[in-house]
Design a protein around this ligand. Sequence first.
Ligand code: GCB
Length: 619
Amino acid sequence: MRPLPCFVVSLVCFATVCGAAHATPALANVYARTSTSLNGTWHYIVDPYENGYYDYRHQPFDAAAKPTAGYFLDRQPVDRTVLQEYDFATSPTLSVPGDWNSQDPRLLYYEGSIWYERHFDAPRHAADHRLFVYFGAANYRADVYVNGHKLGTHLGGFTPFWYEVTSLVRDHDNSLVVKVDNKRHVEAVPTLNTDWWNYGGITRDVLLVETPATYIADFRVQLQKGHADRVGVTVALDGARPAQTVQIAIDDAAPALELHTGPDGRASGEFSAANLALWSPDHPVLHRVTLAAETDRTTDRIGFRTVEVRGADILVNGRPVFLRGISIHEEVPMRGGRAYSKEDARLLLGWAKELNCNFARLAHYPHNEFMARVADELGILLWEEVPVYWTIQWENPDTLRNAQAQLSDLIARDGNRASVIVWSVANETPVGDARTRFLRTLVDTARAADNTRLVSAAMEVRPDPADADHKIVDDPFGQYTDLLSFNEYIGWYDGLPDKIDRIHWTIKYDKPVVISEFGAGALQGWHADPLTRFSEEYQADVYRRTLTMLAKIPQWRGCTPWILCDFRSPRRLLANVQDGWNRKGLIGENGTRKEAFFTLQKFYGEKARQAHSSSEAAK
Ligand code: GCB
């Protein structure tokens, strides 16, 4: 990739490279703001040679002081003598949000640049109001232009970004052009190699957001670490009047706290809330939290709960929990494409509920914001993750900054969600000093941004060369995480299912063990004996044996088997069985449950009943 010309110093803004003269202010709780949806049909031009971006000397058109060419200028040919070799108005359309791969069979495998274009009106409710264009996500690199001006470049396919356009738009007929490029790069996060589809495009909502001239840009309202009855608040205003009084109220009660922001717009404080009904998977109570500044107000629905680790136990609101989890990709199998809406979140997490889950691992990258909001409503605890996957460039400082930015942006977006209890910094990374340094920096980043949640990573298991049935968990990175999580595929990549019964473990750390993956492939509807690969019987057998085997680990406190649904993967090429799909789902490509779904459902149902009776006995 062309080296990007500059990096904004702030971590949170790393991913916004170039364009805006100042760091873009935060835009928290965006769905509660006055906004106009810019979803819908957008014109597009597939541009594999980036002809609309580079001139014939391979210089970017948008680097010129006064660009005269480039698709972002969104020119309309004015008369028949004009030579213009692109025209958005006559180009086909794609739906936004939505990956391009699942919208046109010719784009299924496309990895490159596509230009998106639409026009929009931008009326505002008051002359001094501010306007932002907000993107829930675009994979992987987005170059954004309004009325021919470059707003910026964003890297990272799964986190939101936005630009202020207050002084760049008129009331009617503005041009918005986005070049989205999903080429993979060795130094990127994720890197070249993943076991999921590289869906490209504007994959999440696009909004035109309106705020007052000085607005509540960011806030966090959460229980203080270790206190079930003290709420900590931080708030940040942005605009010409940063010093204001901000009142914080819960439900219909009188304001519980009044803060005075300083010249930097920031303030923090805390208040005691002894009678606050706490959020838990069994009682997912959400409170209406209102922040009222002098020039702005915003309301969010927030749950309050504590989470901590004590020895090998995970405590939620002081009570031990067993995490009955499942891993989920952000994909709707029946569509064979990215999930992006509240309805999609209800479908995926509804299936998790049906499995008797109280926990889900949102693998392997930040999912859309609706997942955490719906999990808040349904009472599902979450593990959220960044795409530090397999091998990335551990020694490359830009790669580290990129990963830190994605983690910080995720925490900034979901820091008020009670459902989220784990920030995961990596998946199956190779043990080594540079790797451990890199991941420790991410742990520090997560803890500095949020000291109330647990930090983890999906690690690996080591074989014992002297004993094929002995598994060792001693990754040095394990000393820095709150949970000890690892993936294991005994019975699938590692022996046959009967090996599972013989396994014994050496686990170096006295921490809660949460198995982040196990599983086996099965083609839905294919029935055979339990030793036939890809039969439903094989998969169900692996589940039955694994659950029995895990129960022998004294510090076992949960698992997120791999995975809820079959998902597309370019690494899964076995004809008539995989056909480009990873078949380890408990639910097939057509939405039908496999036998192992019911195996896990039964196991979790029993665990839930046990948990219920022991909590009744403790009352
Ligand atoms: C893993 C990876 C996951 C893969 C899975 C598999 O360990 O973490 O991304 O999809 O194995 O199916 O092999």
